[in-house]
Ligand binder design. Sequence first.
Ligand SMILES: *Cc1c(COP(=O)(O)O)cnc(C)c1O
Length: 221
Amino acid sequence: MGVSERYQEIQREIESLRSASRVSIIAVSKFQPQEKVVQALRAGCLHFGENRVQEGLEKFRDLGVPNRDFVLHHIGPVQSGTLRKYVGMYSYAHGVGSIASWDELKKRLEKDKWKMGIFLQVNLTGEDSKSGFAEQEIPRILAKESNLHTEFCRLEGLMTMGPSSGDPTETRRVFHQLGRIRSDYFPAGKLSMGMSGDYRIAVSEGSDFVRIGSAIFGERS
Ligand SMILES: *Cc1c(COP(=O)(O)O)cnc(C)c1O
């Protein structure tokens, strides 16, 4: 199977798992060649994820108009050195893990008049290898409603990653927990959770954006 067949098969599978509400598939094209991105575009894929900002810029620059021909998501931790490179290309950032980086991003977007939606990353596994806010910090942050959205930087939702072990029971617990945090503190927010190995669990736990790389594009080179 090629890229377009795999993308369409996953799309059908997700629709059958949850026909009532829409789930957006972000095709994670990090470390994949541009030709595979073109195949996914032809198959009707709109959302793409990259974790190196510069790599995404180079890959997508000549593939059309951002937000019309494709929607580009940055899925790694937000880093101050690369914020200016979002401008004109990236529409979402899924790895906002500190108030400082959120503030910095707000300032940058305001200055350059570029709109983005952001996801706060929540670390629900306690693994040191994963960045993000601790669960206890979230209620206090979301309580300050007035600060959450600015004209150029709106808070789209919450993002998390399942446990590295891949254990299905633990994975479900983590995704369920993010769903609870959403319904308790941010009902209008979207959920970004689920990757190649655990997107089925994520979809059944209410994910709105799944971030799928290798299951669509094959192993990364
Ligand atoms: C690489 C990556 C993905 C996609 O991983 P696959 O296992 O290839 O689907 C999703 N989310 C984040 C944050 C990633 O870094």
